[in-house]
Design a binder for this molecule. Structure first.
Ligand code: ZN
Length: 333
């Protein structure tokens, strides 16, 4: 079985490159404006994360996920006016997707192709999107296999944000100074959700009450929702004998998560009066196991002399929620 080892954007040739350890079978299809490459049978290497996407990369986002034991899905959302060209196989261990600026004269063509990077395996699957122009002629592999023949709505309207309030129910998280992490983060998370929904963003919460949710089910919720971003919300703690430790921290475990974390961090530092303990990297379970950009927010120290007063204050919690939501929106846009 092939392993997808890495994904990268080659900015000199405008291609998304998928590195595999051996020839891989693949199929491609269009899905609601996204271009999807499925490698099967294949698995995703533990360290294989989507590349950071910057303005000018001709992509809005790239996600990668293991779909069941035998298949890996890479999903590209192209920028407006960008066509994903036919998948190329420059060598047996490399798949390349050209990111082409759409030609004025290019008619809408939409089809799906299958193939194998070994060049000897026959088609394994053909999936045609129903009712798309051109779907009756999927046998022109020299044509672009994806061409948006409709206008892409703004990213914030298409985005799905998963908000993950830490802990819950029998697991109160950090406890001290009359505060319970689980209650504080649920309140903030509900407000983040309300602000985002007010902006037309679809939000899924991993819990919305005081009950137990294990870590893997939180990841599963995000994967099933095909989330654009995952944001876990916590409150911090250290020994009650260290009241001098206060401040906001945010964690990521991948380059795409770092961009998300930085956007939220910037927004919180602008909009909330709290100490800055920076953007940090840590391999928390929910950051490691989610395939989309993910960040874990530590909203403040319930053990801190200053933060305990802030976290207990509903006005502060609203400011924090608003700033987190604004940071997520800024990342999405
Ligand atoms: Zn926590």
């Amino acid at each position: 079985m092939a392993t997808l080892q890495s994904l990268s954007i080659d900015r000199s040739s405008n291609q998304l490159l998928l590195q595999v350890d051996q020839p891989a079978r693949y199929s491609t299809r269009e899905d609601n404006g996204d271009y999807v490459v499925t490698l099967s049978p294949a698995r995703l290497a533990p360290g294989a994360t989507p590349p950071a996407v910057y303005v000018g990369d001709r992509l809005r986002r790239v996600t990668v996920s293991q779909r069941g034991p035998q298949s890996v899905e890479v999903r590209l959302t192209p920028d407006a006016g960008v066509t994903i060209g036919e998948l190329q196989v420059p060598n047996l261990r490399l798949l390349a997707l050209p990111l082409q600026r759409q030609r004025q004269d290019a008619g809408p063509i939409s089809s799906s192709t299958t193939g194998s990077s070994s060049g000897i395996t026959g088609p394994i699957q053909v999936t045609l999107p129903p009712g798309r122009p051109g779907s009756t002629s999927p046998s022109f592999p020299s044509q672009p296999v994806f061409s948006p023949d409709f206008s892409l709505p703004s990213p914030s309207r298409r985005a799905v944000v998963v908000i993950d309030p830490g802990h819950g129910g029998p697991d109160p998280g950090a406890v001290g100074n009359g505060l319970k992490e689980t209650e504080i983060v649920l309140d903030i998370s509900r407000q983040v959700t309300a602000f985002l929904e007010g902006q037309g963003v679809q939000v899924v919460m991993t819990r919305n009450g005081e009950y137990d949710v294990d870590l893997q089910p939180r990841v599963d919720i995000a994967e099933r929702a095909n989330a654009t971003v995952f944001v876990s919300i916590h409150a911090n703690a250290i020994s009650l004998s260290r009241p001098e430790v206060n401040g906001f921290e945010i964690y990521h475990a991948s380059p795409s998560g770092q961009a998300l974390a930085s956007a939220i961090h910037r927004s919180v530092m602008q909009g909330v009066s709290i100490g800055d303990r920076g953007v940090r990297s840590a391999r928390f379970y929910v950051l490691r196991r989610t395939s989309m950009p993910a960040a874990l927010v530590e909203t403040g120290f319930i053990t801190g002399a200053q933060d305990k007063l802030k976290l207990a204050d509903p006005t502060f919690r609203t400011q924090m929620a608003r700033a987190i939501a604004r940071g997520i929106l800024q990342y999405l846009q």
